[in-house]
Design a protein around this ligand. Structure first.
Ligand SMILES: [Zn+2]
Length: 397
């Protein structure tokens, strides 16, 4: 935010426009509102400027629903317009890592003339979203965010949700494999911010950035989501077809998975992923997954692969997911609806339940077993203070 923190590489990255949107892209990609009651569906696309598929998909879906009568209001917004124009991920600051209360407060206190390129995008996008949310709340509309993304590596598409029942329900209706436990590892995504405001939110990862199939997946996922939200109530056939195609893509991948392991790497490790891995391929304990400092990296558990690192730099070589059972999902819904948080006292290791109901104090080290019990109640984020771990949840239902 301050002058001192200006990224020296920022100017250099502002090169000649190279992306498919070199002619520019409008903030508002499309609006559909027939003045009927129903939810506000905010579709965000291109928060990362190197992910054009979401913008193409959002425009197409808005065009496809323009002829029919719809309930509620659908607004599709471009994320990082400048980065989309330049065909790069961002202009020095990742627009999908800035949705944190201190950053937003600093931005509001800052003179817009001092905004760095991505901050200017954030200010404008936040303004539009807040205006739309304000009007929706005034009209008693539910607010739903569908945030469209794509990945550098090829691999099966999926959705990401915080472990909040209402968002989970929408993601499951869409039908792409739902990955829990990933969102809380990322600092400051739009998804976390909007769900923290009490809205429903789902991130859709449609596939590889340039793969034409990615647009098709995102278009189908949007149609299913709009149908589920009651926006396109009359057009059942379109959503059914779309859902059928998504089911084929998902194949026998479990409908809901929990990201339980992230493999950390440092640039000096020289990590090389074994070739041939893709999202959701089953992994057996002890199986070689890559090379790191000349040694074979073995899978620590039986699991499903997620986001193997083949391109660029990352701080994780791969992620591993476990299947989430139907009974776990049902049980977690029940304990949250019935507000059974008092039962946390019965779990091994839990020392206190904060009166706010937002935090649980555990004696450390928390066992994997205690962790999975806490997750059932929606407590997934941990911070360590001394030898104790504070577990919190954003919102459980
Ligand atoms: Zn992205």
């Amino acid at each position: 935010m301050s002058e001192a923190s200006v990224d020296p590489g920022q100017a250099a990255r502002r090169g000649p426009a190279e992306g498919p949107f070199r002619g520019g892209v409008e903030r508002e990609l499309g609006v559909k509102d027939d003045g009927r009651a129903g939810p506000l569906v905010l579709i965000t696309a291109g928060l990362h400027g190197n992910e054009p598929a979401g913008v193409v998909a959002a425009r197409r879906v808005l065009a496809e629903i323009s002829g029919g009568t719809t309930a509620g209001r659908v607004v599709a917004l471009a994320g990082n317009r400048g980065a989309l124009m330049r065909g790069e991920r961002h202009g020095g600051q990742d627009l999908n890592r800035l949705w944190r209360a201190p950053i937003l407060a600093d931005l509001m206190a800052q003179d817009p003339a001092d905004d760095r390129v991505d901050e200017a995008e954030l200010r404008e996008l936040l303004g539009v979203i807040e205006r739309e949310r304000g009007a929706a709340h005034g009209a008693g509309r539910e607010v739903i965010l569908l945030d469209l993304h794509s990945t550098s590596a090829a691999g099966g598409p999926f959705s990401v949700v915080p472990d909040v029942v209402r968002s989970r329900r929408l993601a499951r209706a869409i039908g792409l494999p739902v990955v829990l436990g990933l969102e809380q590892r990322i600092e400051g995504p739009l998804l976390t911010w909007i769900v923290g405001q009490g809205e429903v939110g789902v991130v859709l990862e449609g596939g590889q950035h340039e793969d034409p199939q990615t647009v098709e997946v995102l278009v189908d996922a949007l149609h299913v989501a709009l149908q589920h939200a009651g926006v396109t109530g009359g057009d059942l056939a379109r959503a059914r077809e779309a859902r059928g195609r998504i089911d084929v893509i998902r194949g026998d991948v479990p409908p809901v998975l929990d990201m339980v392991y992230a493999h950390p790497i440092e640039p000096e490790d020289g990590f090389v992923m074994e070739p041939g891995w893709s999202n959701f391929r089953p992994v057996c304990t002890g199986q070689g997954l890559g090379l790191q400092r000349g040694e074979v990296v073995q899978a620590p558990i039986d699991a499903f692969m997620l986001m193997p690192l083949y391109q660029g730099l990352g701080s994780e070589g791969f992620f591993l997911c476990e299947r989430v059972s139907r009974s776990w999902l049902t049980a977690s819904r029940v304990v949250r609806w019935l507000r059974l948080d008092w039962m946390l006292w019965l779990l091994p290791g839990v020392r206190a339940v904060r009166s706010t109901g937002r935090g649980v104090l555990c004696s450390a080290p928390a066992s994997r077993r205690t962790e999975s019990w806490l997750a059932l109640f929606g407590y997934r984020t941990s911070t360590r203070t001394g030898d104790e771990i504070m577990w919190t949840r954003r919102r459980a239902r």
